[in-house]
Write a protein that binds this ligand. Structure first.
Ligand SMILES: [Zn+2]
Length: 489
């Protein structure tokens, strides 16, 4: 869907209903029976938490339909783990979080009601340390814990839901990188109103900084990472004619820098975490992703490695990946060996080894390593995904299907997962399962009609199987109930 077409569609009230419906899915398709949450007291000045949750989740489907997201298990796993970790020491009450990693090198991060935390791949490029990355995440979590979205709307008594939707739509446009072009598609007055609404007040931003830095400290990070990040952004954007989205919504002023610097100095202690090797390796991974020419990346990682006389694990990791991308497998192996010798216990390093073996056509050797690693971490998502990929590569579809069914319990909110599950079930000739997986995918990716169609196809195939038929019908009933609930919006 083009960015230009999605916003007007969203703003039309009929479309809004369709789109809101999507967010009401229960978190797991196996929990067919669930109590629909109350929509809360709409007469209250503030939107209820449950309304916020439902609207946010509905919006998430639309966002996913409008932007390219990154399907990199290592990256997704890292973001999810670290944000949950920060949430533990945050003021967030409702910790049902959902994540989106947008595939864009531009700097951006955002939070939306319903516990949605979004980042662009570009955040890894601009945040030079894990502490800086965490400071942006802590700031966004503070917007959620202080419920800034609905507080903003409190002042706008009328049209709360449409206004919120318009604010959310503007985030989609920004996240899709459509920026100005997207806005131009709208009447200029409307665009201006939305743009205005998207920005939290200065007071909200100050509060998010203050609470975020406290959270950063309580999570064990050196709080000085926040002013460091602000200073870098201010320096980098000085000559920027079109600053990245994040800076439009979060202008970095001198007073903002000094406020956070003062607070950080008061909190700072000597043992606060600043960075991690894992973060730097993921950063190398993202850098490579946005490098158009692997030759350039090879030279850059090599230079970085030379600078440290060969002793720089993230540069060596980046070099290995870059050589793999350039199909120089022997050289990739040479680059990887010292890394394996020193960091053979690091999962991300071992998965590079696995990937290299696969590219060299040695998938049974790769599988043996993954199996061994799974012994100690049987539920690790990147490892399970890696094993599924290898089984598919070896055309062992039935085993791949069994493993992906196990993964379903922890990735049921992840459209990438359902997309893959549908493929696997198709290859394993489980056609009913294929339609069920597609239905889940379409529900999460914002296309309810298609989801409905897939459930009908599944139903036709299971008419004489009581258990399966009940399962499909439970999902269909669920959809029907959701349509009813939506009428109250
Ligand atoms: Zn903010």
């Amino acid at each position: 869907m083009s960015v230009k077409s999605c916003l007007p569609r969203l703003l039309a009230s009929k479309a809004l209903l369709t789109f809101c419906l999507l967010g009401l899915m229960p978190s797991s398709p196996v929990q067919a029976e669930f109590n629909l949450p109350s929509l809360g007291d709409t007469s209250a000045g503030i939107m209820s938490r449950e309304q916020e949750y439902q609207l946010g989740r509905a919006w998430l489907g639309m966002l996913r339909g409008a932007v390219a997201t990154k399907d990199d298990p290592l990256l997704k796993d890292y973001v999810e783990r670290h944000v949950y970790q920060l949430a533990e020491t945050s003021q967030l009450v409702d910790r049902r979080l959902a994540f989106v990693v947008v595939d864009s090198p531009q700097l951006n991060a955002f939070a939306a009601p319903g516990g949605i935390v979004g980042i662009n791949g570009g955040l890894f490029l601009h945040a030079h340390t894990e502490g800086e990355f965490a400071s942006v995440m802590a700031h966004e979590l503070a917007h959620l814990s202080q419920r800034h979205f609905s507080r903003n709307l409190e002042q706008q008594q009328r049209m709360r839901v449409p206004l919120m939707t318009a604010m959310l739509a503007s985030i989609v446009i920004a996240a899709a990188g459509g920026g100005d072009a997207g806005f131009a598609a709208l009447a200029s007055t409307q665009a201006a109103a939305i743009q205005e609404q998207r920005r939290f007040s200065r007071q909200n931003e100050q509060e998010a900084d203050r609470i975020g830095i406290q959270n950063l400290y309580q999570a064990g990070y050196d709080p000085r990472a926040m002013p460091d990040m602000f200073e870098r952004l201010a320096r980098n954007s000085r000559f920027d004619r079109t600053p990245p989205e994040f800076l439009l919504t979060h202008p970095v002023t001198q007073s903002r820098i000094s406020d956070s610097r003062n607070r950080a100095e008061q909190l700072a202690r000597n043992n606060g975490r600043r960075d991690s090797q894992e973060y730097q390796m993921l950063r190398a991974r993202v850098q490579l992703r946005y490098e158009t020419n692997p030759g350039v990346a090879i030279r850059r990682f090599q230079a970085q490695l030379d600078e440290h006389e060969g002793e720089h694990a993230p540069a060596r990791y980046g070099l290995t990946l870059a050589k793999m991308r350039a199909s120089q497998f022997d050289e990739a192996e040479q680059a990887l060996q010292p890394l394996l010798a020193q960091h053979g216990d690091v999962l991300i390093v071992r998965l590079a080894e696995v990937e290299l073996l696969r590219l060299q056509g040695r998938s049974s050797a790769a599988l043996a390593i993954v199996d061994q690693l799974l012994e100690n971490r049987p539920d690790n998502y990147p490892l399970m995904q890696s094993k599924i990929d290898l089984l598919l590569h070896e055309q062992r579809y039935a085993e791949a299907e069994r493993l992906s069914d196990r993964l379903a319990s922890q990735r049921s909110d992840d459209p990438d997962f359902w997309y893959m599950a549908a493929e696997i079930r198709g290859l394993a000739e489980n056609i009913t399962g294929l339609h069920m997986a597609r239905a889940e995918y379409f529900m999460l990716a914002g296309d309810l009609d298609q989801a409905d169609e897939q459930l009908k196809l599944a139903h036709r195939r299971v008419s004489d199987n009581f258990v399966m038929r009940s399962r499909v019908e439970a999902r269909q009933e669920h959809l029907a109930r959701l349509r009813e609930v939506l009428k109250s919006f």
